[in-house]
Structure formats: structure tokens, C-alpha cells
Design a protein around this ligand. Sequence first.
Ligand code: BEZ
Ligand code: FE
Length: 291
Amino acid sequence: MRTVTKDTITQAFLDYCEPETDERLKFILDRLVHHLHDFVRETNLSHDEWRRGLEFLRFTGEMTDDERNEFVLLSDVLGLSSLVDMVHSPEGVTPSSVLGPFHILGAPDLAVGGDLKRDNEGATVIVEGKVTDPDGNPIAGAEIEIWQTADNGLYSNQDNEQPEYNLRGHMVVGEDGVYKLTTVRPAPYTVPIDGSVGEMLKATGRHPWRPSHLHFIITAPGYRSLVTEVFPSDDPYLDNDAVFGVREKLIMEYVEQTDKSKIPAGLEIGENVTMPFFKVDFDFVLGKEAS
Ligand code: BEZ
Ligand code: FE
């Protein structure tokens, strides 16, 4: 090892791993170090640049605590989170998308047809659809978690003015797989920019906006759980989402309705819908769990 050079150091690292090292771990480390070493050789990285990079990672750690993970946000804005999602997204099912940092456990139960909007400001949106398998058969008993921002672009856990669990619900669909709810139109918002990720966005002239969206987690026994989001087709940030979460199949239309007769049956609030309202139809297709 006394003769290690810039051309042999990558193999030297790999040779340090004991032969009994877990195969998958060895493979991942092999590829990671291979690309990292190539990166240094290819960019001719200077000491200053290397120190700056390490300082960036240190600051990322400093911004991370039990409530906030700046490393996840870094992964999001680098497109890494979405790439991991995409390489594991099978065809023929609803694509997954980023979970984001604002999901919390324990959302209150919401009956099919229930009202999430309550006293929230903004236009009423009626969201309706089915949870099915890839052949279109309803998945009875599928569980849906939904969360979103209020009209001000903030989630309930970012905003002391909102009641706990505002605009969050947990629904169990019946035999027909149908879900339905009334809510408020979510607003676009920015990812947090007071940390290392914000510095990186600023240094590269990138904006921090995400298009407005509804978050969903859908689970059912025997099916792959789906973490996803759906986006309105008219959002100005659809084509430049800061975290690369948009997929063609996750775009839906907010159809404005001025006619009360278009209010669907089975809503908890009946016909007490503020006019005009928006109607959104979106079906979720879950894939079978690999056996
Ligand atoms: C979100 O959708 O809540 C989110 C996702 C990634 C980064 C920040 C926010
Ligand atoms: Fe979000």
C-alpha cells in the first residue's frame, strides 16, 4: 500500500473490505467510492473546493434535528429522492412521489364523503375517485391518508394559527373502493431556505417553489404501499418543481363548477358547498406486493 497512486487508490479501498463483508454492502460501497474517486479525478477538485464541500455537509448536519432533516431536503433538491422512487416504480400502477417532511402520524378518521375543509379559507374542492388493482378491480378496505397545505401555503405543523391535524385525514374505503371528500385548494409553497439547501439553491439561481399538491399514502394488505402526490394541471410550478416530484400521471384537472346539480351525492356537508367549487377526479392503482 506504500505505492498507492491516484490510479490505484480506488481498488486499494475495495481491497480493504474483508471478504466476508455483506455482498450488497460491498457492491454499494464499491460503486459509491468508484464514482466519488472518479469525481475528484474528473473535476481536479481543489483543496478549497473539497473543504467547502465538507463545510456544506457539516452545516447540513447542524440544520438537522428531530423535527427537521436537512439531508432529506438535500436529497430532494438534488433529485436523488425522486430517482430512487423512479427506479422502483413499476409500470401500470400510480407512480410514487416524494413524502416530504410534513407528514405526521395520527391523522383523524375521515368517513368516505367527509369534510376536511371545515373553517379553512379558500375555494371548496371535491376530490373523488377509486382505489383499484391494475385490472381495475376495487380494493375494498384500502386506507388513504391525505394531507395538504392550507390556503396560505403552510401545513398545520408549520403554522400555530391552524388547529392540530388541520387538513389531514385518514379514510378507509368500502367494497366499491371509492373515496370522496371535500377540502380546500392547496397553495404552492417554498421548501425551507434557511439552511444549507437554501444556500445551494441561491448559489445556483434556483427557486425554492413546489407546485401545489395533495399528499396521499395508500395502503392495503397484499398491495405495495403507495406514497404519492397529485398536482393541478394549471399550477405555474408544474414544470420546475424544486424537488422533481411531478409525474405526468399525477397531474389532474381542477374543473370549476358553477352548477349546484354537479355536486356529487354522499358528501357529509350535503349541498352546503361554497360556489363555484372545483371538482377533481383521480383514481389510484396499487400493484400487488411481490411474494
Ligand atoms: C412536501 O411536499 O411537503 C415537500 C417535499 C420535499 C421537500 C419539502 C417539502
Ligand atoms: Fe407537500
